[in-house]
Design a protein around this ligand. Structure first.
Ligand code: SAM
Length: 209
């Protein structure tokens, strides 16, 4: 499968990820983005001017190797005439990615495991983490003293809205459950919370490392 076919498969709800990242960029501004476990989800580049993708999957590496095709898909989907800069790191994000600590303004964690646990180090102080809960990374992020929940992303009829309201009503487990790094690693699954927005936005309030 070539890069265009891979993107078409990824974008199976056409424009959905572009709408998500449109809402996210309105919230965060145009900051440098790091997307570990991206596979071939290049939608952030439709909005943000600098994105670093990372994945250990060989198919993702093959996709990004078709650089001209990837850049063409990005250009076709950008509303801004400004060129977008992207790069790809073929690596396990739980190991050193060879990137500078505290050099990104947005870390993306969507369906890709414990990104926040290993990659918060790359976030600038004041940088944002966009995470969803399915693989447990929201619960992992909520244990991280450097990260504070600052907003949630709700999805309604294919549109995304970001809300800062009633944040203390989120991250409440439906049933009493022990949540530690160990229990999350064991289950590799998200916690069932009483409220389930599409995703959560945390902010790195302090960079102590
Ligand atoms: C289910 S896909 C999600 C892809 C994309 N985030 C999305 O939302 O469509 C999970 C991806 O995370 C990658 N991944 C999981 N653990 C990883 C790790 N430790 N290092 C690098 N990539 C990883 C897998 O290779 C896979 O491509």
């Amino acid at each position: 499968m070539d890069a265009r076919a891979m993107w078409a498969k990824q974008d199976r709800h056409p424009g959905d990820r572009k709408r998500l990242f449109t809402a996210v960029k309105e919230f965060t501004g145009d900051v440098p983005v790091l997307y570990p476990g991206s596979y071939v989800d290049i939608a952030p580049s439709f909005l943000f001017s600098s994105v670093t993708y990372a994945d250990m999957d060989r198919r993702a590496a093959r996709f990004f190797k078709e650089g001209a095709a990837v850049s063409a898909i990005v250009a076709e989907n950008r509303d801004s005439p400004e060129p977008a800069d992207w790069s790809f790191v073929h690596a396990d994000y739980s190991k050193d990615l060879g990137l500078e600590d505290q050099s990104f303004g947005l870390l993306v964690s969507l369906w890709s495991g414990f990104v926040s646990e290993h990659c918060t180090r790359y976030l600038q102080s004041g940088g944002w983490l966009l995470a969803n809960s399915s693989h447990g990374d929201v619960a992992m992020a909520s244990l991280n003293k450097e990260l504070t929940l600052v907003a949630v992303v709700n999805s309604r009829s294919g549109d995304y809205q970001i809300s800062k309201k009633k944040l203390d009503s989120y991250l409440k487990p439906k049933k009493p459950v022990e949540i530690t790094g160990d229990t999350l690693h064991q289950s590799q699954r998200g916690i069932a919370y009483t409220k389930s927005p599409f995703a959560y936005i945390f902010r790195r309030t302090a960079a102590t490392r």
